[in-house]
Unconditional design. Structure first.
Length: 518
């Protein structure tokens, strides 16, 4: 979740169902197979239009038409205002999927997997049991949706697959950091932004988290729920916290897992994430060195030094893949970042680095492709485009040279392996619309208890952000998962899982001091 890092590292806080399990790509297996068949659409509660202004009642009062869409689920489309400040200025579509409760339903549970730009619809359709526990599946109608600008909703559109390949994987002219290299990066960012403006049918100014949160309240209303129950991962925590700030009186049960700190600037996000991934990389190296298959030897410092040399080597002399693409340092770094999201993926990082050391970049490309959701030469979603659209509207541009220099110095000191590949011209400088978002603390005064889950060595959304968000929220309660990887719920830690499930199902709220789960 960072608009300042290189374009190839374009979504550092993204869909948890993907990067957490690289085995989906590398083994060719599906993580979760939902039984096929048609859903019974079943009745929907009457829309909740209480407290809705007259100019929005036609949106909140719309009657949903559900149809079976495979996997025992049903789907619908919801109309939302393009511009919430001018509801008569046009509409957009929101794509929604529902898995009805297998037991007695307590209402709807909306979910968001992160990004911004990840498809919540596809997460629920393909990986329901990864997104939520069996307890929640029994007790709630689980709702996945694509936020505005994303996937099957009215979507941001930019480049075709060939152009996207060049943008994400291409080798830039000139030495890294040189005037030639920088100029090429800026030109590509301009080409990307211009394509988004040309192909997105006027929606770019309205792709913001505030508008997505308003859409989420619309979904609550048309689903017939008086209050919102919500489980958000990664960027989804910022979406959920924004909702709570806008509609504190409509908060039911909110769990925010892998939290972003809404008060942190994009420059601070970049700095903190670079250090977080360096920390995760050192943890991987310590584990790797215990295995005779590890391609590195000596101490962790020795191994990190050797990895730095490998990155510099492919930066100077990219390696050719079987499909003709060239592996440079940026793509190799993308593959490393992809594998660091989950300790379960570390073995694939070992395979990748072993291959590159031998001149075979194939596994590195598999990891990078998985990260970019590239399949057989095409892109399965528009997550790159949507990520850029949200970040460029949500984050004010950073224009302080002294702050930039301080950030660069801290990254160089605390993340020396990653530092050379972390900085590039800010792509949002080329965006066709100025940002409308602001950064500041979110208190959600009057919302009631909200659970914030943080993992102690989460590289993408560092634990300090979860601590900060829990303190900001008037009703914030921190659940700490001690461990590696991105996010903490439904990953096998019964202490975390039981606390979250009890909160959703039994309305059991942990003590304000929170819970620490070893």
């Amino acid at each position: 979740m960072n608009s300042r890092t290189p374009s190839r590292l374009r979504r550092l806080s993204t869909v948890v169902a993907g990067l957490a399990l690289a085995t989906l790509l590398l083994s060719g297996c599906l993580y979760s197979m939902i039984p096929s068949g048609s859903a019974s659409a079943g009745p929907t509660a009457a829309p909740d239009t209480s407290g809705v202004p007259d100019d929005l009642k036609s949106f909140y009062g719309q009657k949903l038409v559900w149809s079976g869409c495979g996997g025992g689920m049903d789907c619908t489309t919801v109309k939302a205002p393009l511009d919430w400040d001018d509801p008569g200025a046009g509409t957009i579509d929101l794509a929604v999927v529902r898995h009805r409760a297998t037991g007695t339903s307590k209402g709807s549970l909306l979910t968001n997997p992160g990004g911004p730009g990840a498809s919540g619809l596809e997460l629920i359709k393909s990986s329901l049991t990864f997104a939520v526990s069996s307890t929640l599946i029994k007790n709630y109608d689980v709702i996945g949706f694509d936020p505005r600008g994303v996937g099957s909703s009215t979507a941001v559109k930019c480049l075709d697959a060939r152009q996207m390949d060049d943008y994400l994987y291409g080798i830039r002219p000139g030495a890294r950091g040189s005037e030639e290299w920088t100029a090429a990066q800026k030109a590509e960012n301009k080409t990307f932004a211009d394509a988004c403006e040309k192909n997105s049918n006027g929606i770019l100014p309205y792709i913001t988290t505030v508008n997505a949160a308003r859409d989420m309240d619309l979904l609550r209303g048309v689903l017939g729920d008086k209050k919102l129950n919500y489980l958000g991962y990664s960027y989804g925590t910022f979406l959920g916290a924004t909702y709570a700030q806008l509609y504190p009186e409509r908060v039911g049960h909110l769990v925010l897992d892998g939290a972003l700190d809404p008060a942190v600037s994009s420059l601070d996000v970049s700095t903190t994430q670079a250090i977080g991934f360096e920390s995760a990389l050192r943890a991987y190296m310590a584990d790797c060195l215990k295995d005779k298959k590890c391609p590195f030897q000596g101490t962790v410092d020795d191994a990190m030094s050797d990895l730095a040399a490998l990155l510099a080597s492919v930066d100077r002399s990219p390696q050719k893949n079987a499909d003709g693409r060239m592996l440079g340092a940026d793509t190799l770094m993308t593959s490393i970042v992809a594998a660091l999201y989950s300790q379960d993926s570390w073995s694939y990082l070992t395979q990748s680095l072993t291959g590159v050391l031998k001149g075979d970049p194939s596994v590195a490309f598999q990891l990078a492709d998985f990260y970019n959701n590239r399949q057989d030469g095409t892109y399965a979603d528009n997550s790159t485009e949507a990520f850029r659209a949200y970040n460029c509207m949500d984050y004010p541009l950073e224009n302080d040279p002294a702050a930039k220099a301080a950030s660069d110095a801290k990254i160089k000191a605390d993340a020396p392996t990653i530092a050379p590949y972390w900085d590039a011209p800010d792509p949002c400088e080329q965006w066709p619309y100025p940002p409308t978002g602001t950064r500041g603390e979110i208190t959600a005064a009057g919302s009631g208890p909200i659970l914030v889950v943080g993992t102690t060595n989460d590289p993408a959304t560092p634990y300090a952000w979860a601590e900060s968000l829990a303190k900001q929220l008037e009703g914030g309660i921190l659940i700490t998962r001690v461990g590696e990887g991105h996010t903490g719920y439904n990953k096998g830690n019964s202490c975390v899982d039981d606390a979250v499930d009890a909160y959703f199902v039994d309305d059991t709220v942990p003590a304000k001091a929170g819970i620490r789960c070893e």
